[in-house]
Design a protein around this ligand. Structure first.
Ligand SMILES: Nc1ncnc2c1ncn2[C@@H]1O[C@H](COP(=O)(O)OP(=O)(O)OP(=O)(O)O)[C@@H](O)[C@H]1O
Length: 353
């Protein structure tokens, strides 16, 4: 198990030296609308923390506060112990950012874009103007800084599998290839902290897997990553811990194991005939099944929660098998399915309705 701290849900945002990101009681308003409604979490060094949630849950807003693009309406926020807004110039060179939508200069080639960015990174700390994911110091002469395809540029392109596109104009890239270029720019300066807002949106399955490997390699090198994603498989693969947000709140957080353990296991089987009712069936620990009648049979499903996650399906099966033996019945197609992140996600969304 990693040295990750459990998220601080107390709202105190107590400082801890092991934490690279600290968010305590963060609230963010746009006019009268409160997009983030008092969230707290910490991310330890070398940890990948996933922010999941419904559309409009407040993930990007949270990211933007941490990136220093907007001051928090209320609460405390620290990245590497620094205030992202007040100490932006100190923080910027140590942070890599991949925004949800990149804003490239379409007439530059891929290699020129990376070289330009590399040159700009050396100027980090100067006031910057945001152009999508590309931050340009005010009044900067673009072409003066664009060099040929140097080794650092090729290294970054190889990392994301774009080396064959080095001389392609950015506007000719596909959506997924642009995301890869975004990632190359974000990791170019070997940041200590990486903010990735939906990094694999638009990527094909192979590019997604390559990107996951890049992110895992960065973690292995000690980089701390805050990631938002709509892909639950991505969160399961990458996130050491995650939080599920809905309507500005964090509803659940922890390791994938911890989060999923709360959703229970499903024990399902089929009985012949369609005359079965609840009263005919046992209720282990008071749990009643859901019955579905189909094709001349009854599909029975119990969702068991509580107790130790490793043991509860076994405990619930005993009375069910004893009942079947006693009745001379067979539990056809008996299956036990562990809860999934999707189950938890759907229950969070359901609770919020
Ligand atoms: N600049 C803004 N002005 C006003 N409201 C905004 C602004 N940016 C975001 N919002 C609102 O704040 C809420 C949270 O938006 P945010 O982009 O943080 O959500 P998200 O969780 O990243 O969503 P998604 O998964 O769809 O990207 C939404 O209701 C959105 O409409």
């Amino acid at each position: 198990m990693r040295t990750a701290q459990l998220a601080d849900a107390s709202g105190t945002g107590a400082a801890d030296l092991g934490n690279v990101i600290e968010v305590g009681g963060l609230r963010q308003k746009y006019g009268d609308f409160e997009a983030v409604r008092g969230i707290s979490f910490t991310v330890a060094k070398g940890e990948i923390f996933g922010l999941l949630g419904t559309n409009g849950a407040g993930k990007t807003t949270t990211m933007e506060v941490l990136e220093g693009f907007r001051p928090a309406t209320a609460g405390t926020v620290r990245v590497l112990g620094l205030d992202p807004v007040g100490q932006h110039r100190l923080l910027r060179p140590r942070v890599g950012i991949m925004l949800q939508e990149g804003g490239f200069l379409g007439d530059l080639t891929v290699a020129e874009t990376v070289s330009l960015w590399n040159g700009l990174s050396e100027d980090a700390g100067r006031p910057v103007t945001l152009v999508g994911s590309t931050a340009l110091p005010g009044g900067f002469n673009l072409l003066g800084r664009v060099r040929g395809v140097d080794r650092a540029t090729m290294g970054a392109l190889e990392l994301v599998g774009l080396e064959s596109k080095a001389r392609t104009k950015v506007r000719q890239l596909s959506g997924g290839q642009k995301r890869r270029l975004d990632l190359a720019l974000a990791v170019l300066s070997r940041p200590e902290v990486l903010f990735l807002d939906e990094p694999t949106t638009g990527m094909d399955p192979e590019a997604r897997r390559t990107t996951w490997q890049v992110i895992e390699d960065l973690r292995a090198g000690g980089t701390t990553v805050l990631l938002t994603t709509h892909y639950l498989e991505e969160a399961e693969r990458l996130a050491d811990r995650l939080a599920i947000m809905h309507e500005g709140h964090i509803h659940t957080y922890g390791t994938v194991e911890e989060v999923v353990a709360g959703s229970g296991d499903t024990i399902a089987f089929r009985l012949p005939g369609t005359s079965w009712t609840f009263g005919d069936l046992p209720a282990p620990d008071g749990v009643t099944p859901v019955l579905t009648y189909a094709d001349g049979g009854t599909e029975v499903a119990y969702t068991v929660t509580g107790g130790q996650a490793e043991l509860r399906a076994h405990a619930a099966l005993r009375p069910l098998l004893a009942w079947a033996d006693g009745r001379g019945e067979v539990l056809q197609r008996l299956a036990v399915r562990r809860g999934t992140l999707e189950d938890v996600f759907m229950s969070v969304v359901g609770e919020g309705r």
